[in-house]
Design a protein around this ligand. Structure first.
Ligand SMILES: [Zn+2]
Ligand SMILES: [Zn+2]
Length: 108
């Protein structure tokens, strides 16, 4: 009798909320973590390595790091200021409601 053992990756979906994929622009990317598991008879038994949290697109399968996703940019919109007039922004605006200039997001 043979023991079939090995290390295999196992993808875990951490958050089912779709994110915008930076590669194809569709909201088909999900927050996932690829862990390495010690397998016995193809059954993942022990997690040997905790993988990095990445965003993997279901559609184009492109992998991006969590922080590079544009999904997170508007979320950081607490202390945003317009870099033209300094007026407060809540991160939803593409144009400043105070001076009308296009918003370049900058966290102060
Ligand atoms: Zn994609
Ligand atoms: Zn402004």
């Amino acid at each position: 009798m043979f023991l079939i053992v090995g290390i295999a990756p196992k993808t875990k979906i951490l958050d089912h909320t779709p994110r915008i994929c930076p590669a194809c622009g569709l909201a088909q990317a999900r927050l996932k973590r690829v862990d390495s598991y010690f397998n016995l008879f193809f059954i993942p038994l022990i997690r040997v390595k905790k993988g990095e949290t990445v965003i993997i697109c279901d559609r184009c399968e492109s992998v991006s790091s969590e922080m590079s996703s544009p999904y997170y940019a508007p979320q950081a919109g607490k202390n945003l200021k317009c870099n033209s007039c300094g007026g407060p922004l809540d991160g939803k605006f593409r144009y400043c409601p105070h001076c009308g200039k296009p918003v370049i997001l900058k966290i102060s």
